[in-house]
Design a binder for this molecule. Structure first.
Ligand code: SF4
Ligand code: SF4
Length: 368
């Protein structure tokens, strides 16, 4: 039976540090040895103040790093951010300040190695540092996610895909959410972190995982050896069927999940968590599905009063479906694959996914 532990926690380091130490100790402490190089993989999506709940809080990462250093091992902290320089995230995210004087290496993932993750994907490029680390602690953030519903432990490992290879995979998975979930699950399996801690102290609800989401206090750290079990347990805490999460479902389809989980510690159901609006991507008679999808599923929209025309969204868009003039953005919804990466990377929180009116009407007619 898999074990998952919940701990009440706050971003008060005097309280947080012993909680993180205790958690890592119970999950994998005896396996961390002197002379090991331990990689910590936080969620460093984009430059943001920790209070925005977009990134793993630096104090949680610091406590994990201090635990490893006390074991005599060395620490590398790495991610491949969607937007902005890694250094900018360290500064704006408070990492530079919090880690002052601690002997750790911060390094953006840059180089990849080919790894066979199995059919239908075959060999794909995954961060060399992640594949060669002696030990990995995955420090994820609890956030809503417009495309994948939630981003928790398993999804965080998608950050081991380097730079622009990420949008490339979005494009290759196209509109198929299940295919993308299956890709993430196989990447997680290949990277195989030894421990996962999810920072759910200040989580994010609504239109996450970028700045369009809303911080939501939950006050919990959740950890375990197996991120699938951690994610399933978090779904239970949030009061939803774990199979709603596409990564849980994809893992179940290839027998990677166990639903019989021994949950210990401070588990408490959270009520009223706001999940992102999500359309079904397949509805209607089979011969109409493609056309219905193209015209009626929720689309990215820009709030022009917030948009600064910074260019991050159109540079990142895997389908090349965002154009602009000097005043505003234009979306090509024929080309758009509804990956919602643009929403994720917008530094201003100016983008939202919203269902079209005809989509709402048609869906109601076809479902009822
Ligand atoms: S929508 Fe956001 S990411 Fe796109 S140009 Fe405007 S501010 Fe930049
Ligand atoms: S416009 Fe946004 S949702 Fe559509 S393909 Fe580009 S990044 Fe993805």
């Amino acid at each position: 039976m898999k074990e998952v532990v919940f701990r009440k926690a706050e971003y008060d380091y005097a309280v947080l540090k012993p909680s993180v130490f205790e958690m890592i100790d119970s999950i994998c402490g005896s396996s961390i040895r002197k002379s090991m190089k331990v990689l910590i993989k936080p969620n460093m999506l984009l430059p943001a103040n920790p209070e925005a709940a977009v990134i793993s809080h630096p104090l949680v990462v610091k406590a994990a790093a201090e635990y490893i250093l006390e074991k005599g091992a060395s620490v590398q902290i790495s991610d491949s951010p969607a937007v902005g320089l890694f250094d900018k995230i360290l500064k704006e995210g408070g990492y530079n300040k919090v880690f002052k004087g601690l002997d750790v290496e911060f390094k953006a993932f840059k180089t990849s190695v080919k790894v066979d993750i199995g059919e239908p994907f075959g060999f794909i490029d995954i961060s060399k540092d992640a594949m060669e680390a002696d030990f990995i602690i995955n420090v994820a953030k609890l956030k809503s996610h417009a495309q994948m519903f939630l981003t928790l432990g398993v999804k965080n490992i998608f950050g081991c895909i380097v730079g622009m290879k990420k949008p490339e995979w979005h494009l290759r998975s196209g509109i198929n959410r299940e295919m993308f979930a299956s890709l993430i699950v196989r990447i997680y399996k290949a990277v195989n972190p030894q421990a996962t801690i999810v920072d759910g102290i200040l989580g994010m609800e609504g239109q996450g995982p970028g700045k369009g989401g809303t911080p939501r206090y939950i006050g919990r750290l959740i950890g375990g050896k197996c991120a699938f079990s951690v994610d399933i347990s978090i779904c239970r805490m949030l009061g939803i069927d774990p199979d709603i999460l596409p990564t849980n479902k994809a893992a179940k389809d290839i027998n990677l999940t166990e639903y019989d989980i021994n949950i210990t510690g401070d588990f408490k159901e959270v009520s009223g968590f706001v999940f992102p609006d999500q359309d079904r991507l397949v509805f209607g008679p089979k011969f109409m599905q493609k056309s219905l999808r193209r015209h009626f599923i929720q689309r990215p929209f820009a709030d022009n009063s917030l948009c600064r025309l910074c260019g991050e969204c159109w540079k990142y868009c895997p389908a090349g479906s965002i154009a602009h003039d000097k005043k505003k953005l234009y979306f090509d919804y024929e080309k758009c694959i509804r990956c919602y990466c643009c929403i994720e990377v917008c530094p201003e929180g100016a983008l939202r996914a919203a269902e079209t009116l005809p989509g709402k009407i048609i869906r109601k007619m076809l479902i009822s």
